[in-house]
Ligand binder design. Structure first.
Ligand SMILES: Nc1ncnc2c1ncn2[C@@H]1O[C@H](COP(=O)(O)OP(=O)(O)OP(=O)(O)O)[C@@H](O)[C@H]1O
Ligand SMILES: [Mg+2]
Length: 216
């Protein structure tokens, strides 16, 4: 099957006072529809930097990123590539429900309220739908940001440390949602340090010295 998300020879350096640091040194990646792939790597190895390049938040110095075989446009549609950023990135002037609804409203989908209510309930934050992000915990914000990312059933989902702020009790619902997104056809790429998350993956990769290698 042809990959939905692919990257070839992606490099990225950052300028620091002590000189440029080449964080990504030629990343090659393919993720197919319906596949869950996890990426590990020590803190600072470049997982979040790579995700920013894969969703168009940032541009590589060299190399290519494609979704559905087409080069990533300057502003990818949320339905093509949806992101759960490590910093979550919820709009603080919108309630949790309004945040989750946003990609659906932008894409003029129908049945928005039902989809939002179903996702929030599944993640155990249905009663917080009308609260604003600063009025809930980080773990609750993280689940709302995940609901926002999966709501539109995107072709590609990039989830950066989706369990970082969660208590153990909330982890199964999040993992179940990520697996279900894949079963509905989304190509799912997850950055994580957690073994429980690696356990749901079809393939496991790691960033080592700026490149992706297969670990299992
Ligand atoms: N915009 C930027 N400007 C300068 N340096 C950056 C920028 N983004 C990332 N870096 C550098 O790139 C390296 C990789 O950072 P990144 O956030 O991708 O790590 P990570 O693997 O996601 O780590 P963690 O597991 O802690 O989330 C770090 O050394 C960081 O300082
Ligand atoms: Mg990171």
């Amino acid at each position: 099957m042809s990959p939905v998300l692919s990257a070839r020879g992606v490099t990225r350096s950052y300028d620091h006072p002590e000189g440029a640091v080449e964080v990504l040194r030629g990343v090659d990646l393919d993720v197919a529809a319906g596949e869950v792939v996890t990426v590990s790597g020590r803190s600072g190895s470049g997982k979040s930097a790579l995700f920013a390049l894969l969703c168009g938040f940032d541009r590589p110095d060299a190399g290519t990123v494609a979704v559905g075989g087409a080069p990533l446009p300057a502003v990818p549609a949320w339905g093509d590539c949806a992101v759960l950023p490590q910093a979550m990135g919820l709009a603080h002037e919108l309630t949790l429900a309004e945040n989750v609804a946003l990609p659906l409203r932008l894409a003029r989908r129908t049945g928005v309220d039902d989809r939002v209510a179903e996702l929030l309930a599944e993640l155990g934050i249905g009663e917080l739908a009308d609260r604003y992000p600063p009025e809930v915990s980080y773990g609750q914000q993280q689940r709302a940001a995940l609901a926002r990312a999966v709501a539109i059933r995107p072709r590609v989902l990039l989830a950066d440390e989706p369990t970082a702020h969660l208590d153990h009790g909330s982890v199964p619902a999040v993992l179940g949602l990520l697996r279900r997104a894949a079963s509905e056809g989304t190509a799912v790429l997850i950055a994580t340090h957690h073994d429980l998350v690696h356990a749901i993956a079809d393939r496991r990769l790691a960033i080592v010295d700026g490149r992706l290698t297969t670990t299992g």
